[in-house]
Design a protein around this ligand. Structure first.
Ligand SMILES: Cc1ncc(COP(=O)(O)O)c(C=O)c1O
Length: 368
């Protein structure tokens, strides 16, 4: 009996998520000493020093299971973001919260509305939940909330809004969201994925946690980006106590590991690290956009720690040539974004290195 015959048909519909190339892999493959990863929207300045010191103190406790309830972390989040304890749920990264929402709410044949392109996990998780995925194209590289709302039917269970969006780095503002939520049917759960929340500097970016009172809104955040804890896998969501209860019911008992919990509590309190992380991104974004302008390259204005840029030649070639120089970016041609790469803002040395190599590549005869 072939194993393929045993596997759930929905599994055959998905392609595994392809993450940015790990530093160790490129070092191994090309025998490089220095590799600069500007591919996975991580925090290039490193983790919060307060988190590192808290981790060191906790290493000898890892013979114990974590606190499955994540009591202290939820208390710390509720204090910092002025949310109630019962509104919170912790995930093994915010990715897991997307999966938990599907597990708790989406039945076979339910419709899940997502943008195209957007963060890949929504489609992946919805397909694995046997949902019917309804995709709505972006409009000028931004979410088209009116078009998404127009797709709602009696079968719609969930709508995902990455705000800011990945891979574009664009966002939808308060007015657009309020318009979208107005008259939205109660049977539709809106999932705001705010992985890049901390980086957004514009005043019309809304605090969507205030909409959780509506009862059908989930807002997810993460410690993977500005807090610099991607490797530990920890994120959280704010939602109604009812939804939080159901998400809790379907998660693994110890989904958030103990080191991640300890580090997250310390990182929340590390104002200096967060400010530094934001400042570096702000400076880097300014530098990169100025350089792109000088090079006459189209880019999408970003409020995040990455930027989508059209390189004016095959992005696969640019990607491969940058790899040879030890610089990992993301080739976006597989996301339907022909000739685009997505580059994570690095420190100033990395940003300069990326630009000088990009210039060299664009000046070569590889354009054909
Ligand atoms: C829009 C978006 N949501 C969620 C995530 C996943 O974050 P986490 O590391 O918390 O699972 C990412 C990671 O790149 C992202 O871009």
């Amino acid at each position: 009996m072939s194993i393929k015959k045993l596997v759930r048909p929905c599994v055959l519909k998905i392609k595994p998520y392809k993450p940015g190339k790990p530093i160790s892999e490129l070092k191994r493959e090309l025998n490089l000493k220095h590799v600069y990863k500007m591919a996975s929207n991580e925090n290039g300045i490193g983790p919060s020093p307060k988190a590192v010191s808290a981790l060191k103190k906790s290493l000898l406790d890892i013979n114990r299971y974590p606190d499955g309830e994540a009591f202290s972390l939820k208390k710390a989040i509720s204090k910092k973001y002025r949310l109630k304890y019962e509104n919170l749920i912790i995930g093994n990264g915010s990715d897991e919260l997307i999966v938990l929402a599907m597990r708790a709410f989406v039945n076979k044949g339910d419709e899940v509305i997502i943008a195209d392109p957007t963060f890949l996990i929504y489609k992946l998780a919805a397909t694995l939940a046997n949902a019917k995925v309804i995709t709505v194209p972006l409009k000028a590289f931004r979410y088209d909330l009116a078009a998404m709302k127009a797709k709602i039917t009696a079968r719609t269970k969930m709508i995902f809004i990455a705000n800011p969006d990945n891979p574009t780095g664009s966002y939808v503002n308060r007015k657009e969201i309020e318009q979208f939520l107005k008259g939205l049917p109660r049977h539709v759960i809106v999932f705001f994925d705010e992985a890049y929340f901390e980086y957004v500097y514009t005043r019309d970016y809304p605090d969507t946690t205030k909409y959780i009172r509506r009862g059908n809104v989930i807002v997810s955040r993460t410690f993977s980006k500005a807090y610099g804890l991607s490797g530990l896998r920890i994120g959280w969501a704010a939602t109604s106590p009812d939804i939080a209860g159901y998400l809790n019911q379907v998660r693994e008992p110890f989904n958030a590991n103990s080191l991640a919990q300890v580090a997250a509590i310390a990182a929340l309190d590390d104002k200096k690290h967060i400010e530094r992380s934001k400042n570096i991104v702000c400076r880097g974004l300014k530098y990169l956009t100025e350089e792109f302008k000088k090079l006459n390259l189209f880019f999408v204005p970003s409020v995040t720690n990455f930027i989508l840029v059209k390189v004016g030649m095959k992005s696969e070639i640019v990607y491969q040539r940058l790899l040879k120089q030890g610089i990992i970016v993301r080739d976006m041609s597989g996301w339907g974004l022909k000739d685009f790469i997505r580059v994570t803002i690095g420190n100033q040395k990395e940003n300069r290195l990326f630009i000088s190599n990009l210039k060299k590549i664009l000046n070569t005869d590889a354009k054909k």
